[in-house]
Each structure stands twice: as structure tokens, then as C-alpha cells.
Design a protein around this ligand. Structure first.
Ligand SMILES: [Zn+2]
Length: 230
């Protein structure tokens, strides 16, 4: 099934992927695409989302008409369990349940649309030294960050300047969220096979034809200080 990927990375690294577990928090435009490609690449999944599929999701999320009203974790588990083991949690992630849900995951991918949830993941991953991503999309723009111990965290980069724009208010071009979700899957796979994930804050402005990576800096007072680089 994965002969093309194995032809590129080799049998040993394919086996590493198949022994790995990644959690995706949020199964909207970003998260559903990340989960889809991770499963097809052979990585076991933990999916966390308490939403049901709504008609307005179908313009950018690959759910079917018949899925409307069904829990996203249930739909994704049905679709992806023929490929890999999929564990699901139909609850909102919080600092109270995060360790119970995500303990087995080696990497946590961001599929959420808000900083409250992202900071919960941020703080947990810093404590546990688990790599995680930030992935956001709005209008024709997306941004992405991969955190590893030693790198500046979301609190360093976004504290006090978290944007209050939303896809509901500002809109989004159909494929943009899936783009950054797919990018999250690629970077997670890179990390697992020993390649260096993107550094800094990557941003993609598709209408402006501008793609860039900005260097991030640590806030000296942040909780992420004092960790060794890996
Ligand atoms: Zn920090």
C-alpha cells in the first residue's frame, strides 16, 4: 500500500512511521487533512474533536453530505481505520483531560481554530517535551510553526497579540486550510524519519504570492525557557 513512500524513505523509516502515534486536535479544515495523510502514510492516530459535521464545513472539509450531523471523530475513524489504528475522543480538550487523551502521542498536531486550545497544547507539550505544531488559515493566508524543546513556543510568539479574526467573519478560500493541514503532516513525518522540521514562523499569502519564514525569538520570562535543544 505504501510502496511509493517506502521507495523514497526506505523500509526502516517506513517501519518507524508505522510504530508512531500522532494526535490531531480538531478535525476541521486543517486537522482533517493532516489526519487523512498521516493515516495513509501509516501513522497511528489519536483524534480529538467534539464537533459534528455541518453543512457549512463541506466547502473545505472532505466530509460527505451523509455525514452532516455525525461526530467528526466517528466519520474519520470509519474512513481511516482500514489504514491504521485510530483512537478517538469526542470531547473538548482541556488541561484536565489532555494527559489522559494524548499521553501515547509522540507529536501533537494543531487542527484547532483558537488560541485557548493551542495554549493548552503548548503548555502540556512544553512540560512533557513533546513536539507540537501551530497551524492556522484564514482568507487566502496560512501560517505554521513546529515546536521542539529549545525552540520559542506559542506564548513567546503570540502572547498578547493573538488575532481575533475568524473564518466565520473574514472567510477563507476553500483549499487553504487543507494546505496547512497537509504541511503539518509532512513536517511531522519529516521529524519522525530524522529530518529537520521547518524553523521559525512560516507564512503563506496566496493572493499576495508571498511565502516566507520569519525567525522567532524566545521571551526571556516564558515557561519554555531552560529546555535543552534537541
Ligand atoms: Zn515560550
Amino acid at each position: 500500500m505504501r510502496s511509493r513512500q517506502q521507495a523514497f524513505i526506505g523500509k526502516e523509516k517506513q517501519e518507524i512511521l508505522e510504530k508512531s502515534t500522532i494526535a490531531v486536535v480538531g478535525l476541521g479544515g486543517t486537522g482533517h487533512a493532516a489526519a487523512e495523510y498521516l493515516a495513509r502514510a501509516g501513522i497511528k492516530l489519536i483524534l480529538v474533536d467534539n464537533d459534528v459535521v455541518e453543512r457549512c464545513n463541506l466547502g473545505r472539509q472532505a466530509y460527505g453530505i451523509d455525514d452532516i450531523g455525525r461526530l467528526k471523530v466517528v466519520v474519520m475513524k470509519e474512513r481511516l481505520s482500514p489504514f491504521v489504528n485510530v483512537e478517538t475522543h469526542a470531547e473538548m480538550l482541556s488541561s484536565y483531560n489532555i494527559d489522559k487523551f494524548l499521553q501515547k502521542a509522540g507529536i501533537i498536531l494543531d487542527g484547532t481554530d483558537n488560541f485557548e486550545a493551542r495554549f493548552v497544547v503548548n503548555d502540556y507539550c512544553i512540560k512533557k517535551k513533546k513536539p507540537f505544531t501551530y497551524a492556522a488559515a484564514i482568507r487566502a493566508e496560512s501560517s505554521f510553526m513546529f515546536w521542539l524543546p529549545g525552540r520559542p513556543c506559542l506564548r513567546c510568539v503570540f502572547s498578547g497579540k493573538a488575532a481575533n479574526d475568524s473564518c466565520e467573519k473574514d472567510g477563507i478560500l476553500s483549499p487553504v486550510a487543507a494546505f496547512v493541514g497537509t504541511l503539518s503532516a509532512i513536517e511531522a513525518i519529516k521529524y519522525l524519519v530524522g529530518e529537520k522540521p521547518l524553523e521559525g514562523l512560516a507564512s503563506f499569502d496566496f493572493f499576495g504570492n508571498k511565502f516566507e519564514t520569519v525567525k522567532t525569538r524566545k521571551d526571556g520570562k516564558c515557561m519554555c525557557n531552560g529546555q535543552e535543544e534537541i
